[in-house]
Design a protein around this ligand. Structure first.
Ligand code: SF4
Length: 407
């Protein structure tokens, strides 16, 4: 399987006000661009900073506000700090002066909920060393690795970096090929891409660009064309692609042209397979046939982009689902990784985009509340394939070693 560098791991730094979080980041990065102040509670919105970790490569450090903040603004800061937990790959709990109490324990519970690995660092060793009492107290509550340092004296920083290196989950910085387990060297992959008002001027959208690159990384051959040229291609050529990947919106049209013995899937299905809870997505699509009048559907878009009248999440998908189900439905859209405003239990179905801009960890954490509440979850491409009656065909290329097609 093809491996390489993918998304940068996100490492969140958590702790009370003035345990030295921002100075700690500066010590790790060797710069002084994080916000530092002697006044407790200076950090407001989480601040991101790039870092290079030897053995891992580029990573993003996320500096957060104090978990013991007070007042109305403090509560907002704490909420923003807690929101970050769902989106990180590794957490650092920074403590000092032998204080490890309810604030830290609440954090740890959240890490456990989102299955986030974490380490505990006792900073300001120049002021007060980690005592055996505190060490034992920490060990009563967690098996997380513990390290000590003094940012002020720059002592033990190399050991802390080594701990981050061994504690960062490998899947946060190594990628699995999008296509590596379904195509081989010299295979021909046909990519059908729309060029409509949604397509950016002069370039491909990210899922298509990533698929093209992945085909090349697998030493296979790309044929890239618009859906309007597919029919002519097959009538003029004897070339039989080993796999066809289409924009999901052209599924219906394309599936009638591509001979049934040629595997066909969609870009969004491809990402559903590599990034999402694939089995849940496939099962969740059936909910579209069981919707009732008044049901609410939540559309999750993992990036913020300009909205046009051809926007798939806001216009096309809701219209297709209304037409398919014949029901009066309400749709909400949540873009980026911002908080979902209404309780997740308000929704009968959650439909996630391909998530090409985010990590698998971020996507799974985003869907976790819905999955925990047993709300049906699916993805754009799988929903579209389902409504076009070609879901089985669209997931076939991934079913070689899996058995999730409807029982
Ligand atoms: S993150 Fe989602 S909405 Fe944004 S480009 Fe990727 S698939 Fe589209």
């Amino acid at each position: 399987m093809n491996k390489g560098k993918d998304n940068k791991p996100h490492i969140g730094i958590y702790g009370r006000r003035n345990v030295g979080k921002s100075s700690f980041i500066n010590a790790l990065t060797g710069t002084d661009t994080a916000i530092i102040s002697d006044i407790a509670g200076t950090t407001t919105d989480p601040v991101k900073k790039s870092i290079e970790i030897f053995g891992i490569g580029p990573a993003i450090l996320v500096d957060t506000a104090g978990i013991d903040d007070t007042g109305e603004l403090g509560k907002k800061r704490i909420r923003k700090t807690q929101e970050t937990i769902a989106h990180i790959d590794l957490a650092i709990v920074l403590i000092s002066n032998n204080i490890f109490d309810s604030f830290e324990l609440t954090l740890i519970q959240k890490f456990d909920y989102y299955k986030v690995d974490y380490v505990i660092i006792h900073n300001k060793e120049d002021v007060e060393k980690l005592s055996n009492n505190t060490l034992n107290k920490i060990k009563q509550h967690t098996k997380a690795p513990i390290e000590t340092c003094s940012v002020l004296e720059s002592s033990n920083i190399a050991e802390v970096i080594e701990l981050l290196k061994i504690s960062t989950p490998q899947n946060a910085y190594q990628k699995t090929s999008l296509l590596g387990n379904i195509i081989g060297k010299n295979d021909i992959v046909m990519l059908i891409t729309p060029v409509d008002s949604e397509a950016p001027e002069g370039r491909m959208i990210l899922p298509q660009a990533m698929a093209i690159r992945d085909v090349l990384d697998n030493n296979a051959v790309n044929i890239v064309l618009k859906e309007t040229e597919v029919e002519a291609f097959f009538s003029k050529n004897d070339i039989k692609p080993n796999l066809v990947i289409t924009d999901s919106q052209a599924f219906n049209y394309v599936s009638e042209i591509i001979p049934r013995n040629i595997p066909l899937t969609g870009f969004s299905v491809l990402f559903a397979h590599i990034r999402g809870p694939f089995e849940d997505y496939v099962k969740g699509a059936e909910k579209i046939s069981k919707l009732n009048d008044g049901d609410k559907i939540l559309i999750l878009e993992s990036c913020v982009h300009q909205v046009s009248c051809e926007d798939i999440g806001r216009f096309k998908l809701p219209n297709w689902i209304r037409n398919f189900s014949g029901k009066k439905l309400e749709f909400d859209v949540a873009a980026g990784l911002s908080e979902i405003k209404n309780p997740i239990t308000d929704y009968s179905l959650v439909i996630q985009c391909g998530g090409c801009m985010i990590t698998k960890k971020q996507l799974i954490s985003r869907l976790k509340p819905a999955l925990d509440a047993e709300i049906a979850v699916t993805n754009y491409g799988i929903a579209i394939a389902y409504m076009n009656g070609i879901l089985e065909r669209a997931i076939e290329p991934f079913m070689i070693n899996e058995s999730v097609i409807h029982e």
